[in-house]
Ligand binder design. Structure first.
Ligand code: NAD
Length: 357
């Protein structure tokens, strides 16, 4: 029996609805395996602006830092859309990632057998399934590099510097190798070393780290080729490791192979076991409060937390298997509905998953 303290930032819009279902599922798994999950609810995003005048109060950061893991719903909404950039609800996400030192973003793109029709590719391209984990560096590269404007003989110019240190590449590469070890032991490094100096340092560092992982098959693709191969032969990928901007683009491309945004979980990890787990989707203000949101992305984020922060592989798999069984039985929320299937609301979808645990 183990005890875990979890900080919960449910956020705005559908965030609290899908989070409630996630907690029900986690509690059932806890009961089944004899673990105790203790939750501390804190505010982040638009609801924190309303209550405290800022998207990420210090108290929220403190609670998250002191916890074993953080669950996040979604933040943002129309009400706060006119606020200036640094006051917007989305600042809570960047602020938390920074405060918790989370530098690795894990985005699985799994095409569930029962949802194959939702994939936009022809069936022959995905007949062997799609199960890809994109590991994206989250705190370096040109999103965080020096930026500015200057006058040139072509007029005003702007620049964003792509910079990576050996240490930054080493730690994200190790994270990716460790994950590959627990999957099909195949890692694809994506860079642009034929053109970029930063990619040449990236590539040589990946090759150095690879010496510690002889059991994992490693290959390399240039980012332009990787974007094509993801469409041409998605079934052949296992884990992809790449920098911030390439990962931003490739993880969205990979996610589209799976059909609906309501199905996609994510994790952000740092040095220790503390991580932040959240669905890829936003706060969906258009459907909030109607009990029609798909809770599966958030529930699968909970499963990722069990696996990556708490080392509870079997418990995590029980959730993944329950989701697969419910989909195979033909149950769907509105976003993944198709002819002949049985439509459920947010709470009823969680009920169906609970019944399989
Ligand atoms: P969104 O992901 O919230 O919604 C896009 C579309 O997908 C909408 O039609 C929505 O109804 C649908 N959708 C999303 N999640 C769903 C689910 N679980 N079940 C069924 N349908 C679902 O993106 P958006 O509309 O561009 O953004 C809305 C707000 O969310 C904005 O304020 C945005 O800044 C914020 N946002 C937050 C995050 C986050 O918290 N991580 C991420 C993206 C956007």
């Amino acid at each position: 029996m183990s005890n875990f303290n979890i900080a919960v930032v449910a956020g705005d819009g559908i965030g609290p609805e899908v989070m409630e279902q996630n907690i029900r599922v986690l509690d059932k798994v806890g009961q089944k395996f004899g673990h105790s999950f203790k939750y501390e609810y804190v505010k982040g995003g638009g609801c924190a602006i309303d209550e405290f005048g800022e998207p990420l109060p210090q108290h929220t950061i403190d609670v998250c830092k002191a916890s074993d893991s953080v669950l996040l719903g979604a933040v943002g909404g129309w009400k706060w859309d006119t606020l200036p950039g640094d006051k917007r609800p989305e600042r809570a996400l960047l602020g938390l990632r920074g405060a918790l030192g989370l530098y690795a973003n894990l985005r699985p793109a799994t095409l569930h057998e029962a949802l194959k029709d939702a994939c936009p590719l022809k069936p022959e391209f995905v007949q062997d399934g799609v199960d890809i984990m994109v590991v994206r560096e989250l705190t370096g590269g040109m999103y965080f590099g020096e930026k500015g404007r200057k006058q040139t003989d072509m007029g005003e110019a702007a620049y964003d510097v792509e910079q990576y240190s050996v240490k930054e590449v080493e730690r994200i590469t190790r994270t990716a190798f460790e994950i590959a070890r627990k999957r099909k032991k195949h890692l694809t490094n994506v860079d642009k070393q034929n053109v970029l100096e930063s990619s040449r340092l990236w590539r040589s560092t990946v090759l150095e780290v690879a010496k510690d992982y002889p059991d994992v098959e490693l290959d390399h693709l240039y980012v332009d080729n990787a974007s094509m191969q993801l469409i041409m032969r998605p079934s052949t990928f296992d884990v992809i490791v790449t920098g911030n901007i390439f990962g931003d683009i490739l993880s969205d491309e990979a996610s589209q192979l799976t059909g609906s945004i309501g199905m996609l979980p994510s994790a952000s990890l740092g040095e220790g076991s503390l991580g932040m787990y959240e669905p890829v989707h936003g706060s969906a203000p258009d459907i909030a409060g109607k009990n029609i949101a798909n809770p599966i992305a958030t529930i699968l984020s909970g499963a990722m937390m069990l696996k990556y922060s708490f080392g509870l592989q079997d418990e995590s798999k029980v959730i993944e298997d329950a989701v697969a069984k419910v989909l195979n039985a033909g149950y769907r929320t509105g976003d993944i509905m198709s002819e002949g299937m049985k439509k459920l609301g947010c709470v009823e979808m969680a009920d169906a998953i609970l019944a399989e645990i």
